[in-house]
Design a protein. Structure first.
Length: 190
């Protein structure tokens, strides 16, 4: 066999490997993008902790006066409109971007206020920064002069939906009404 034949065979084998591996590489990159490790009052959780469940993730903070409660209420209403056998398999994960004020105990109570299947979590600022950058979401502490709160947190308001296998399925903004959220959830839980 001459050099050209060997090179041609090597190129064909490389192309076959790339074609076969491409879906696995895409799945690996998506898993890496959306993976996380955060703390709840009941212990550490990762995205893989929710395999076998539908998962909705929301980033916010408990002192939020309007956007967080509205988003979590809309999500809870949409889940409650699903058939009971589907709704029981849905978990909402509220990840606080304000670990300085939001304790794990307060996060659990806050999340449960909206829905019994909601969990409150947080982590270190460094870890939260890493997670939010991979989710392409944003938050920033805003100092408030002459305020008893001391500061507020500006943040984007998206709900990230994952299916039972942990695959990312949808990114919803907080302007979605419960009916629209329910339609999207119904498509995922089919």
């Amino acid at each position: 066999m001459n050099k050209i034949s060997k090179l041609l065979i090597a190129v064909v084998i490389a192309i076959i490997i790339i074609v076969i591996a491409k879906p696995y590489i895409k799945d690996y990159n998506e898993h890496k993008q959306y993976d996380f490790k955060v703390n709840t009052i009941d212990g550490e959780v990762t995205k893989d902790s929710f395999k076998g469940k539908y998962l909705a993730i929301y980033f916010g903070y408990t002192f939020c006066p309007d956007v967080c409660p509205t988003s979590l209420s809309s999500l809870a209403q949409a889940i409650n409109k699903l058939p009971k056998e589907k709704a029981k398999d849905f978990v909402g994960l509220f990840i606080s971007v304000d670990p300085d004020r939001d304790t794990l105990k307060n996060l659990k109570e806050y999340a449960h206020y909206f829905h019994p299947n909601f969990i409150g979590a947080t982590s270190t600022k460094k870890n939260i920064d890493d997670i939010t950058s991979r989710y392409k979401t944003y938050y920033s502490k805003i100092e408030l002069e002459d305020s008893a709160m001391g500061y507020s947190v500006a943040h984007t308001s998206f709900i990230y939906i994952f299916d039972k296998s942990g695959k990312f399925r949808a990114k919803l903004d907080h302007f979605s009404d419960p009916g629209k959220i329910k339609e999207i959830l119904e498509e995922i839980v089919k």
